[in-house]
Design a protein around this ligand. Structure first.
Ligand SMILES: *Cc1c(COP(=O)(O)O)cnc(C)c1O
Length: 234
């Protein structure tokens, strides 16, 4: 499938907003407590510009160089940029300087580098700890039992603001969202500044309803907004 046209984008975005609203009604939640993050990896600048014109402000990207090109090309827009890809230790400087949020922090060293590389003139960088909530066979994400210690340490860093947890469970892991919510609440109950711990980033195009039911505060939606991704032709 090719990138969809403006009218398609409008319909797609309205449909996703409607899905969020229905999921919130079912869960007896206020729709204002769920932020739609438009995941735009592989899609061209023009697609982001069109989504922006429809009112979308927060965009998520996975690949650093691709994201940097878009950030430069869309410099005239007031976009909130989220990095949702895997964070490599030697790429933290550009993440620290160019993004508003980094979701995939899973080690202290990454947070330390982001904090020291964030410019003094910028507001603190928002972070989420990526947790391997369903014990996937993957290097990404810390273990649930390591979260409390990481929160304590990252919370001391001056130029970052630790906001919560990000998870990417496998599609068949039906308890993963409620497990993530439980972990989130457990951390909040011990947090020194519980008002700063406000973000649960989970849910994609295929499972946003379940994620919202469990308490997601950011849903990361790509395919349902932009159409299928063509990795051969970014
Ligand atoms: C690509 C991606 C998404 C969006 O997935 P869709 O199924 O296209 O909605 C969300 N989160 C992360 C971390 C991703 O890499």
């Amino acid at each position: 499938m090719r990138t969809l046209s403006m009218n398609h984008f409008k319909d797609a975005r309205n449909q996703v907003l409607h899905q969020i609203q229905v999921a919130c009604e079912q869960a007896q939640r206020d729709p204002a407590t769920v932020q739609l993050l438009a995941v735009s990896k592989t899609h061209p600048d023009s697609a982001l510009r069109e989504m922006y014109q429809l009112g979308q402000r927060a965009f998520g990207e996975n690949y650093l160089q691709e994201a940097l090109d878009k950030i430069e090309a869309l410099d005239d827009l007031d976009i909130e940029w989220h990095f949702i890809g895997h964070v490599q230790r030697n790429k933290t400087k550009l993440l620290a300087e160019k993004f508003d949020w980094v979701h995939g922090v899973d080690r202290l060293i990454i947070a330390e580098r982001l904090s020291s590389q964030r410019l003094q003139t910028q507001p603190p960088l928002n972070l989420c700890i990526q947790v391997n909530i369903d014990h996937q066979d993957s290097k990404d994400g810390c273990q649930p039992e390591d979260v409390a210690q990481l929160v304590e340490e990252i919370s001391q860093l001056p130029q970052v603001r630790l906001r919560g947890i990000m998870v990417i469970p496998a599609p068949d892991q039906i308890t993963a969202f409620t497990d993530a919510k439980q972990l989130f609440e457990q951390v909040k109950s011990h947090h020194q500044q519980p008002q700063d711990w406000d973000t649960l980033s989970m849910g994609m195009s295929g499972d946003l309803q379940q994620a919202i039911a469990a308490g997601a505060s950011i849903v990361r939606i790509g395919t349902a907004l932009f159409g299928a991704r063509d990795y051969a032709k970014p």
